[in-house]
Write a protein that binds this ligand. Sequence first.
Ligand code: AMP
Ligand code: GLY
Length: 426
Amino acid sequence: MKILVIGSGGREHALVWKIAQSKKVEKIYCAPGNAGIAQIAECISIKAEDLAGLLSFAQQEKIDLTVVGPEVPLTLGIVDLFNEHGLKIFGPSRLAAEIEGSKAFAKDLMYKYQIPTAAYGVFTESVSAKEFLDDIGLPCVVKADGLAAGKGVLICENRSEAEKAIEEILCDNKFGTAGNRCVIEEFLNGQEVSMLAFTDGETIVPMVSAQDHKRIFDNDQGLNTGGMGAYSPAPIYTANIHQQVIREVFEKTVSAMKAEGRVFKGVLYAGLMLTDKGPKVLEFNARFGDPETQVVLPRLCSDLVDIMEAVIEGNLNEELVKWRDEAAVCVVLASGGYPETAEKGKVIQGLEIAAQNALVFHAGTKMDKGNILTDGGRVVGISALGNDIKSAIDKAYQAVDKVYFENMHFRKDIGQKALTAQELEG
Ligand code: AMP
Ligand code: GLY
């Protein structure tokens, strides 16, 4: 089979790495890819948002299966477009991807079908939005409705912060059309877990749990980022909670989407808050998470292409999806200035040595005259498997120690929360 993977981050490198292990695959292309992906696939310089360009490439090369990494092409309807032209593609349709593309849509769906989530209101004008602050209480969370690359969520401690957030979204158009509506939510306390599942629109097969580290600095301090590291499994996510999440979140959501005429096929990702009143949904994504994919896929024993074909054909079953017991940890190495800006063009050293004992997934990198250079905020993710989280942490950081570029920075505490949770349990 010839496969086309769309995207250019650590998630896509992990996807290409896993797909390359499939016996069915003879050739992988990636658009646009990065320097690490280029070592195992042929990179094509077509942007992930260029639907027409991707379609004509897939037609020309007779691609057998296209796999979509990021959310933007999904919400633009790439799956519908490819299907109209008789091309096989893994991911949800435009209507189904709205579960990520519009937070108002996702919240209204959860309300209608009684899927556990924070109390909320949706507003198009600031006066009524501000009045709602009296009802929802403080702190609260103000979100732009549409896609904002993770930056459209503002946690507000007091009223003036909340009013400012509302004005930025609804009046100043800080997030463009993504801010035509804003969602205001009750603030939830607890630990976050990412649960991803494969679904063919009927059958749901969950992946293993993971936890992201969204803040830039240790101990969850500083600004939000795309994700500074992850581990899997999340020990606080017990078997009991899992049963609840499957029943109350995944089964209800997949059947709700079907009832709404938006059958969801692909990867459904639930960002969960484990509150003292049970697990609640913070958000849905319509795709693999990043960096979660960099710890989840190394734990997958099965052939990913078999699973993706079963999802598309509507015959997904549990037998197709087997996991390793080992734990996995991923540490993201970021550029100077990230997340506000990102230095680029720094020579990266030590990647080959690091790759001897760990998985090195490139994100913002490019090749230049024989050197691998930094080319974005998140540069590489270093993942390691271990018998438990502790040994996976040690292995990942030993490999991190081998890598250097100017002003490189990374969190030193990836996975520590899992160790604390284990101690509390044990
Ligand atoms: P979202 O993109 O909606 O998942 O929001 C991004 C991040 O903001 C989440 O991962 C949480 O850390 C935080 N967040 C979002 N909604 C809430 C909420 N209702 N209560 C507390 N934290 C939240
Ligand atoms: N790790 C968060 C995301 O993929 O959206």
